[in-house]
Structures are given as structure tokens and as C-alpha cells.
Design a protein around this ligand. Structure first.
Ligand code: NDP
Length: 375
């Protein structure tokens, strides 16, 4: 491991911005942490189209998705998205570079890029079908990239983009919330102590909403510090009954899944446009287990049936998904620089310690984010 560390340091520091190979952590097959492999010779990306932006990675962070993708989650659909011509052929997707968040510096731009130039400090949430940020360089389209908040270090900035893009997509597109309509809105966030939750509390408070959260007892100080108005400890007893004693909610953002749907939907204000949005959906799992067509159809029918049933009870039922959105990150950047959103970095690992970072996230009980410093 000492050799690996020396090698990583040498290559990161001596790298020129436009080489054909680069240091990276890759996987060549799906599996447990043992499949993570450091290499000096990963193919370095380069700008291949007018809209692309090549970024030197300074910091990355890990999300539960990285653990799932390492084990093959979503591989059927992601394979097709990466290379539609291969029609999901086995093994063609490797080596894969994981890591969905990047904070770094632009080193090259396509001829059509208008918002960025070499030297700009940027951040982005990387779509799961693209090569990730556990590498020296990452290539994205201009639309996926945003100027990083000036007030944050790269390490702090890397903790935000993927959870921010997910929370914004879920709360705005599925939940119907925005900065102009949150006053007097009551929002419940389950699983509020993790990456998406700690970001969402702060965003919703910045937008003027009243925020109730569920989390474990030892996370109460954290979530209250981020602005949560009411905190319900899910480990303390009958959480559903306790939540049922509160005024009903306009939006529920569910970060936990499982049996939450069974008790949470009854907590919404009926016949007032209230929405339940869950981030824990069976969509990719269905496609993994049933194949593309059957999995997609099964998921569609499942969602449709739940949406109709709940509509009859006067509430909306929706699935939330991460969506790439650089302009949305611009708004987050402003909120961060205005001091309204703080990074919540629970643990930081060196680039040489990527397997340890995976181990940390895989252990669960996140209190914010796990970051990897790359350069
Ligand atoms: P994290 O792992 O960062 O956070 C999950 C948090 O939930 C932890 O703090 C955990 O702490 C807490 N928790 C676990 N069980 C419960 C419970 N029963 N009640 C309340 N809190 C609980 O995950 P993220 O915030 O990054 O993501 C949240 C979920 O959303 C994940 O399942 C993730 O896979 C999913 N997701 C989906 C996306 C999509 O596109 N659909 C995109 C991004 C995320 P503790 O166990 O100590 O209580």
C-alpha cells in the first residue's frame, strides 16, 4: 500500500492536464470492496465535442449509489445509456470509474462552451452513466457544470453537488416546491441525517419552509443546527403516531423507503395538492432483475397504480430521481456563498484511501457526507 500511495502522489503532482492516461480508481467487475483497483493508466478523458468541459478533479465525494454501483446496481440500464449500440453486452462497460461529485478546475473546453474557461473553479454532479471523479480528470458537458461557491474549499464543495441535484429534482420537479412558494409550507424529511437530508433541511429553510425531520437520537443536534424545526427520533418508539399528532404536511421527502409509504402518506394534507416523494424506488432494481423492457413496464405499472390509489385519497405519490442540472447548482452556489447552506463533511479520506472511504459509506449511519481529496 505504501507503493500505491507513493505512486498516486507522484502521478497526481507530476500530471500535465492533457495526457492520454491518468491515475484513477477503477472497477473491472462488480463485487465487494475488493474490486476497487488503483491504476496509473486509466484512459484520460479529453474534449471531444463542442459542449464538453474537461475538469481536473481536486475533490470527490461518495454517495450510497457508489456502493450500489460497485456491486452492479443499475448495470442493465446504465450499460445501455453508456453505449446504446452494445445493447447491454456483458462486460463492455469496464473499467468503470465511480464517484458522482467533483470539485475542481477547468483545464480544457470545447469550442461551443460559453460559460467556462480554463482555470475556472467548478463543481458538478456526474451522471451515473459517465466516468466518475475518483480520477485525476473528468469530462462533462457544459450543462452539467457550475461555478463552485467561492466561500468553500474544494473538499467542502465536493460534498454538495450530487445530493443537491437529487434534492432539487425531488423537491422542485416532483414536490412542486421552489424558492417562491415555501412560506407556510410544512415539509417532512425522513432520513434527514444523511447527505440528501442535511442538504434538504438547509435548502428548505433558506426557502422559508417549516421543516420536520426524522432521524436517530444522536443526530438531533446536527439536524437542529442545520435548521430543522421539529425532530422526531425514529428509534424512540412509535414514530408514526408521534408524527400523526403534528399538523399535516404539504410535502414529504422520503430518504428511507421500506415501509415508510404505509404510514407516511396519511400524514399529508388531503385534497390540497400535497405530495409524497420517495427517493428509494424499485426502478433500477426491477430493470436489473427483469431486464430492460419488462423491468421498465413493471415499474411504470407499479408507479401508476400507486399514483392512482393515492390520488383517490387526495394526495400525490411520486418517485424522485437525481437529474443533472448545472444551472440549479448555480442557485445552490449563491445560497452557499450567502451562508445559507453549509457543507456537512463527516469524514475525509486521501485518494490513496478510497477503499476505506467506501467502507465508511457502506457502514451506513451517515451524518452528512464522506469526501475524498484527489489533488
Ligand atoms: P445517506 O446514507 O447519506 O443517509 C441516510 C440517512 O438515513 C442516514 O443518516 C441514516 O442514519 C438515516 N436512517 C436510516 N434509517 C432510517 C430510518 N428508518 N428513519 C430515519 N432515518 C434513517 O443517504 P443519502 O442521503 O445520500 O440518500 C438517501 C436515500 O436516497 C438513499 O437510499 C439513496 O440510495 C437514495 N437516493 C436516491 C436517488 C435517486 O436518484 N432516486 C439519488 C440519491 C439518493 P441512521 O442509520 O444512523 O439513522
Amino acid at each position: 500500500s505504501v507503493n500505491i500511495i507513493c505512486c498516486i502522489r507522484r502521478n497526481l503532482s507530476s500530471s500535465s492536464s492533457l495526457r492520454s492516461s491518468m491515475p484513477a480508481w477503477v472497477i473491472d467487475e462488480y463485487g465487494n470492496n475488493g474490486v476497487l483497483r488503483f491504476t496509473e493508466d486509466a484512459t484520460a478523458p479529453s474534449v471531444n465535442s463542442a459542449s464538453e468541459v474537461l475538469i481536473q478533479v481536486h475533490a470527490a465525494s461518495l454517495n450510497p449509489l457508489d456502493i450500489s454501483m460497485r456491486s452492479g446496481y443499475g448495470s442493465n440500464l446504465l450499460k445501455l445509456r453508456r453505449d446504446p449500440v452494445s445493447l447491454g453486452q456483458n462486460g463492455g462497460e469496464f473499467p468503470i470509474i465511480l464517484g458522482r461529485d467533483v470539485s475542481g478546475v477547468v483545464v480544457d473546453c470545447g469550442s461551443g462552451v460559453t460559460h467556462f474557461k480554463p482555470g475556472d473553479e467548478v463543481w458538478a454532479a456526474i451522471p451515473p452513466w459517465k466516468q466518475g471523479s475518483l480520477a485525476e480528470m473528468v469530462n462533462l458537458t457544459e450543462y452539467e457544470v457550475s461555478h463552485k461557491p467561492r466561500s468553500l474549499s474544494h473538499k467542502e464543495a465536493a460534498s454538495i453537488p450530487y445530493v443537491a441535484a437529487t434534492a432539487l429534482s425531488a423537491l422542485v420537479n416532483a414536490g412542486g416546491l421552489c424558492r417562491n412558494n415555501c412560506t407556510n409550507k410544512r415539509v417532512l424529511i425522513t432520513g434527514a441525517s444523511g447527505g440528501v437530508g442535511t442538504f434538504s433541511i438547509q435548502l428548505l429553510k433558506a426557502w422559508g419552509a417549516h421543516v420536520t425531520v426524522t432521524c436517530s437520537h444522536n443526530a438531533e443536534g446536527l439536524v437542529r443546527g442545520l435548521g430543522a424545526d421539529e425532530v422526531v427520533d425514529y428509534t424512540a418508539g412509535d414514530m408514526a403516531t408521534e408524527l400523526g399528532l403534528l399538523e399535516k404536511f404539504d410535502v414529504i421527502l422520503d430518504n428511507v423507503g421500506g415501509d415508510s409509504e404505509q404510514w407516511a402518506l396519511g400524514l399529508l394534507k388531503p385534497w390540497s395538492g400535497a405530495k409524497y416523494v420517495t427517493l428509494v424506488t424499485p426502478f433500477l432494481l426491477n430493470i436489473d432483475s427483469m431486464g430492460l423492457l419488462e423491468g421498465a413496464v413493471h415499474s411504470g405499472l407499479n408507479l401508476h397504480q400507486k399514483a392512482i390509489t393515492n390520488m383517490c385519497n387526495g394526495v400525490f405519490y411520486r418517485w424522485g430521481f437525481y437529474a443533472p442540472d448545472g444551472p440549479a447548482l448555480d442557485e445552490v452556489s449563491q445560497l452557499v456563498d450567502a451562508g445559507k447552506i453549509l457543507p456537512v463533511v463527516e469524514a475525509t479520506f486521501l485518494f490513496s484511501q478510497v477503499p476505506l472511504a467506501f467502507q465508511k459509506v457502506e457502514g451506513g449511519h451517515a451524518r452528512g457526507k464522506t469526501v475524498v481529496t484527489v489533488a
